[in-house]
Design a protein around this ligand. Sequence first.
Ligand code: XMP
Length: 317
Amino acid sequence: EWTPEAFVDMTVDDLKKQIGDDKVVLGLSGGVDSTVAAVLLNKAIGDNLYCIFVNNGLLRKNEFESVLDQYKDMGLNVKGVDSSARFLDALKGISDPEAKRKAIGRAFIEVFDDEAHLLTDVKFLAQGTIYPDVIESISVNGPSATIKSHHNVGGLPDFMKLKVVEPLRMLFKDEVRRVGAEMGIDPELLGRHPFPGPGLAIRILGDITAEKVRILQEVDHIFIQGLRDWKLYDKVWQAGAILLPVSSVGVMGDERTYEKVVALRAVESTDGMTADWVNLPYDFLQKTSNTIINRVKGVNRVVYDISSKPPATIEWE
Ligand code: XMP
């Protein structure tokens, strides 16, 4: 019978044997999979695990700083690399969803390769790949998946010539969470909603600017904090806000406004393959909409997405 305890013991032993005194590099994304993989490896080889956490400037409000602090508190040997400007630059003028993903994947690989070069004698690349990633081999969760789906872009970066370690490749998501809990990882971190690797870039429809990212971060923060305050967060599989590329007319005092529209999306799902919109309480939606419109300059209208997947998708891009 599979238990998280036995899995941790066995995997830590295996990793020690496999890696010995060599160095390993791993890209942390802030998500559950890469975090659990890092903690497992840290148990096995300590500071010979070098973690890199890249800020692509498309994360949630304050997420880079707070997650980096959390990683340090967990005793991980982690370096935070703020590459926001580089990613924004790579995305300049791009509106097509797949072109955005490619630009982000490329920028990520460049940053990661630069960082990996600063380390000497690294032998292994660790990834938080889980079983569904293995069988679908489509990008679902953060840097590891991003690397895989873009490794044919313009020759192999040096870090990709490293030997690959994937301690979670036989596990499903719920098993990964149980392994994380067994190792004492903060339940709040383990219960975090999935968040796409390209981040807010695929929730800003049309081209991306620093100002649009700032607006969406504010809106998203109000929505997600509201879900937490109303004890709705754990009832939802994934939630977020989308900045639409249209302006609509509104009134503020005696003035006519012409500002942005945001959509809120909250879904129930088990694996992201199918999903249904969540019937959030009207009181909550009302309060959230008022708060967003009153507090976020540049937004004068909020709508709620009531589409299921299929035929819609969870993200809008
Ligand atoms: P869709 O929009 O296809 O999303 O219904 C299903 C799940 O996948 C996430 N998603 C992505 N994750 N890179 C990722 O790492 C991506 O390009 C990407 N696109 C969608 C989405 O957030 C949802 O959890």
